[in-house]
Design a protein around this ligand. Structure first.
Ligand code: FES
Ligand SMILES: [Fe+2]
Length: 323
């Protein structure tokens, strides 16, 4: 079966924005997983994400909402909601409307990045976002370099791309087809390490890249040679066909800051250019549920099987009934 129709959203943590990019007192409308939501930061710096529409009479809090200290205010009738989404003030009555609460999404700020947890049944997260010290401005590592690209793609296609060794030569112009040296699935994580011989100063050398997925929404990629860097790469569904792809790079510093700047700017430009080669393929391909793979492409199926744990429960029930 082939499908260009929608694929299910997958449960997990996803990147929304870098926390520094959201000002204190800012209220911002966003679309995530096909839903209108509102992202806000209080005066004290607490970050929250709620469903966008006011439970009173439906005003869009992302468009008209404002912060008043720690509360989000809907200016249509000036009702106020606290950081838990609870209605705490109605200016023209003391009798609060107890049912009028905003739907709050689980949010974590780690590594200077705002993560939101999506679950189709609104269940609590069953894993945490890790903290990586290299991204926290520690000595020896560069500041974060951030990029966002919005494109048309299925998340499922992007996640399996990391183990699709056959595409690295024709699409990313790798000198040779890389070899997977490690492929490990553990609960909500999967790690792939691959070796790709590259011509450096005329000599063919082994270059190793590790990609470590933490649920379907983000991964940390690490390389030590020829450039020592780490990259948090994340894919956040905007709607059924569009993803916001966020990239956060950090580089190991050398003794020479000028040399570092040149290397970092070259590496980021190269990585972003490499990424654009996938975009046209993803935007126009179909997702085959029964692809005709060849010898050596088993990891693609392994990744698809791993992804099944994040599929919506509703979907599981429907398919069980149909069976
Ligand atoms: S619609 Fe929001 S306070 Fe009335
Ligand atoms: Fe790719």
């Amino acid at each position: 079966m082939k499908t260009k129709e929608k694929l299910p959203y997958l449960n997990g943590w996803y990147i929304v924005e870098w926390s520094k990019n959201l000002k204190h007192g800012e209220v911002r409308p966003l679309t995530l997983f096909g839903k209108e939501v509102v992202l806000c930061k209080s005066d004290k710096g607490e970050i929250n994400l709620f469903d966008a529409f006011c439970p009173h009479l439906g005003a869009h809090l992302g468009i008209v909402g404002v912060m008043n200290g720690e509360n989000l205010v809907c200016p249509f009738h000036d009702w106020e909601f606290n950081e838990a989404g609870k209605c705490v003030k109605i200016p023209y009555t003391d009798r609060l409307q107890k049912q009028a609460n905003l739907v709050k999404w689980p949010v974590q700020v780690k590594n200077g990045i705002i993560f939101v947890y999506y679950h189709d049944q609104k269940e609590k997260p069953n894993f945490d976002v890790p903290r990586w010290k290299e991204f926290e401005g520690k000595k020896g590592w560069s500041r974060q370099i951030k990029r966002t690209v919005v494109n048309k793609a299925f998340l499922q296609d992007v996640v399996e791309n990391a183990v699709d060794m056959g595409h690295f030569h024709p699409i990313h112009k790798f000198d040779e087809i890389p070899t997977i040296t490690k492929l490990e699935f553990k609960g909500h994580t999967y790690k792939v390490v691959f070796n790709s011989p590259k011509k450096i100063l005329g000599k063919l050398m082994d270059v190793e890249l590790e990609i470590f997925y933490q649920g379907p929404g983000f991964a940390i990629a690490s390389m030590e040679f020829p450039i020592h860097f780490k990259l948090i790469t994340s894919i956040t569904p905007i709607d059924e066909f569009h993803l916001a792809h966020h990239f956060t790079f950090v580089f190991k510093k050398s003794w020479n800051p000028l040399f570092d700047l040149i290397v970092q700017s070259f590496a980021v430009r190269k990585a972003m250019k490499d990424y654009t080669f996938d975009i046209d393929i993803w935007a126009n391909k179909v997702y085959l549920t029964n692809p005709k793979l060849c010898f050596g492409e088993g990891p693609i199926i392994k990744v698809r099987n791993w992804l099944k744990q994040f599929e919506p429960k509703k979907q599981e029930l429907k398919s069980k009934k149909a069976a």
